[in-house]
Design a protein around this ligand. Structure first.
Ligand code: 147
Length: 662
């Protein structure tokens, strides 16, 4: 029967619980962090509900078991800035940003989903002058993080399950211990500390420290490592702690991205005893050309169109999540989990009562399953026949459901998460033919379902002309489509002027990456493809000591995320107090284009700024007075529209109008 197989005989794999069970399964998750969900919030209602179903609804799509979110810190965290719940020590606000909303929507669909929160940047007031260190006042920082956890409970009824230290920065022993102690003091015993979400690939180095240090060992509930490449260390095993790939994936979500995800979901356990894998990121909902394009489980980056794509990683996830629950157990290595003789791997999981059994097999080939990091050593996968031999408690199972995905990299189309009906168990055996680049689930669970919604509308370009007066927002909201890159921009009511958009960050945050090094605040909007473009904006500095020094308008801004400080484009900086302007071809003011006097301006009242680019020309005006008409550098050919403040401090923006130049 197996004559055509390159492997002469079917290999037999034991699936048994007689020798006890393996580790507890903690779940598969996605991360909303680094402003990766920015464009999701303003999707049309229908499509937004559909997308959330694909991500979170049990027995529909990815049916995620963990949602990891950023605790916004007023600093750039990869594809944008997420706002802090405390811009200053006196400030406390639980309406900002979109993580609250996302957690509520996830919980609505799956009350059992686990919530994991982690800071990237921290607001500057937590810093010690001249440092970049949130650990100096450990109890203050712990208090700040705990406020966020309590805010989730008080304002949204969300119980946070896990909390981390400082994303991809060194952990601090005293802070980890302080955080655990302060959580306990606040009665938050159930919130488990995950540490360290360390800065290096496959970095389990906290483990030797834990082994030497009982106090640290007590404070760390779970060890979380990033991009472990499915591996762990002896010291990690010796700690006896649960081991997580607390950030993984970050791979372009084409078919190979799906292959990467399917492979690591299995092999993180097989090779590394890792019991949770969390993808950066949950959904690619940031402007397409920002860093790490489409490295999410699915894609939704054009809210104005309603278009989204359910990518392959969604269905790779479903192969495990739809047939397991957190709290199930893996079966031991060699007794349900291991490598396949023809390449690939298998894992088995069982429910606490051992009545349910789920086996997931994957045969992802090397070239079709590489992740962004670390490099993947060469290996071979061939077609193969396998026999799963059910023993112990599973010996009396008479049939299993079969779910199959086949990734095809040629012209033939792939098949995702297909129900292939029931397979009979004969003499405790299930026989299966496996092709290369497949995932197969064999399960006693009968609730699996490939959910679907009608096709979303087609993709379209960012709509022009674009007008925004901020009147249709609730106070504190982050305006739609404006992707803040440094600083934070919120809607605030301003008496007879109505709502305005206000920059809120007053000092450099404890930054996470280099974005903030220019000490200015910028938000971007539109499309990276924009070349000829005209912008009109009303801007004002408030008359208080926390006002910014000035504001700016920009076009053809060609860099964002952590690299925003290297942006080229046309930047028109205006100082309304000194009534001066300066135009540069780069955000860091190294490429000078023009400068001069603006003529009369309202130093702390409203002024109208405009900037227009057409072909190789840029001209700008203040209050209708033309100030310059310059040739732009040749490499400055296209990019986003931007605006912001020239220093940390308040400034208001209103009546934004963007269109093709006349
Ligand atoms: C991770 C970050 O933790 C995420 O927020 C996101 O930025 C993600 C994008 O891939 O990257 O940080 C890393 C960035 C670079 C490396 C490892 C992790 N690296 O080059 O080894």
């Amino acid at each position: 029967a197996f004559a055509h197989s390159p492997r002469a005989e079917a290999e037999i794999y034991i699936v048994a619980d007689g020798n006890g069970l393996g580790r507890l399964f903690d779940g598969i998750g996605g991360m909303s962090a680094g402003a990766t969900s920015k464009l999701l919030v303003n999707y049309p209602d229908t499509q937004r509900r559909e997308i959330l179903d694909y991500l979170f609804k049990p027995n529909f799509g990815a049916s995620l078991q963990i949602l990891k979110v950023e605790i916004g810190g007023d600093g750039q965290s990869t594809d944008g800035t997420e706002s802090s719940h405390m811009h200053s020590p006196e400030d406390e606000n639980y309406r900002r940003g979109y993580e609250w909303w996302l957690m509520v929507e996830a919980k609505k669909r799956n009350p059992a989903i686990k919530i994991y929160a982690l800071p990237w940047a921290f607001p500057g007031w937590l810093n010690k002058e001249g440092q970049r260190n949130p650990y100096t006042y450990a109890n203050v920082t712990a208090g700040y993080v705990i406020k966020w956890i309590q805010g989730a409970q008080t304002h949204y009824g969300i119980s946070v399950d896990y909390v981390g230290i400082w994303n991809e920065k060194v952990y601090d022993r005293n802070y980890v211990i302080t955080l655990r102690r302060e959580l306990d003091c606040a009665g938050l015993h159930h919130v488990l500390v995950v540490a360290p979400d360390a800065p290096l690939i496959n970095d389990w180095k906290i483990c030797p420290d834990i082994l030497k240090d009982p106090e640290l060992a007590k404070a760390v509930n779970i060890v979380g490592c990033h991009y472990p490449g499915t591996l762990t260390t002896t010291a990690a095993i010796e700690t006896g702690k649960r081991l997580w790939a607390s950030e993984d994936y970050s791979t372009f979500n084409d078919l190979s991205g799906g292959g990467c995800w399917a492979r690591i979901l299995n092999q993180n356990y097989v090779n590394g005893n890792i019991t949770a894998t969390i993808a950066w990121n949950l959904i690619a909902s940031y402007y397409d050309t920002l860093p790490y394009t489409r490295e999410g489980l699915m894609t939704a980056e054009t809210p104005w169109s309603g278009h989204y794509v359910v990518e392959s990683p969604i269905w790779m996830t479903a192969h495990t999540t739809q047939f397991t629950e957190t709290g199930w157990s893996y079966l031991c290595h060699g007794y349900g989990s291991g490598h396949l003789a023809g390449g690939g791997s298998y894992v088995s999981l069982t429910s606490p009562d051992r009545n349910q059994l789920t086996i997931v097999l994957e045969t992802m080939s090397h070239d079709h399953s590489q992740c962004i990091r670390p490099p993947l050593p060469e290996y071979n996968v061939t077609k193969q026949d396998v026999i799963m031999q059910l023993k112990g408690n599973f010996a009396n199972i008479s049939s299993l459901q079969v779910w199959r995905s086949t990734l095809r990299f040629g012209n033939a189309s792939s098949e995702f998460f297909q129900n292939r009906g029931e397979i009979k168990v004969v003499d405790g055996q299930v026989k299966l033919k496996l092709d290369v680049d497949e995932v197969v689930t064999l399960t006693s669970v009968t609730t699996g379902n490939k959910g679907s919604h009608p096709d979303p509308p087609p993709d379209t370009e960012f709509p022009l002309p674009y007008k925004e007066d901020f009147e249709n927002y609730v106070e504190d909201m982050e305006p739609y489509n404006f992707a803040q890159q440094t600083g934070v921009f919120e809607v605030h009511a301003d008496g007879n002027h109505g709502n305005v958009m206000r920059q809120m960050v007053l000092q450099i945050p404890i930054y996470w990456c280099s974005a903030e090094k220019l000490n200015l605040a910028i938000t971007m909007i539109g499309s990276e493809t924009w070349s000829d473009i005209a912008i009109i904006v009303d801007a004002r500095l408030p008359s208080n000591t926390s006002a910014a020094e000035g504001y700016f308008l920009a076009a053809r801004v060609n860099q964002g995320g952590c690299w925003v400080y290297q942006s080229r484009g046309v930047f028109m900086f205006v100082d309304p107090v000194r009534e001066m302007f300066a135009v540069y071809g780069s955000i860091d003011k190294t490429v000078f284009l023009a400068e001069g006097s603006t003529g009369a301006m309202a130093s702390h009242g409203w002024n109208t700024l405009s900037l227009s680019l057409k072909s190789t020309w840029a001209n700008g005006s203040v209050n209708g007075r033309m100030l310059f008409n310059v040739t732009v550098p040749e490499e400055t050919s296209n990019g986003f529209v931007g605006l912001g403040t020239t220093s940390w401090g308040y400034a208001d923006f209103d009546n934004i109008y963007i269109d093709n130049p006349g």
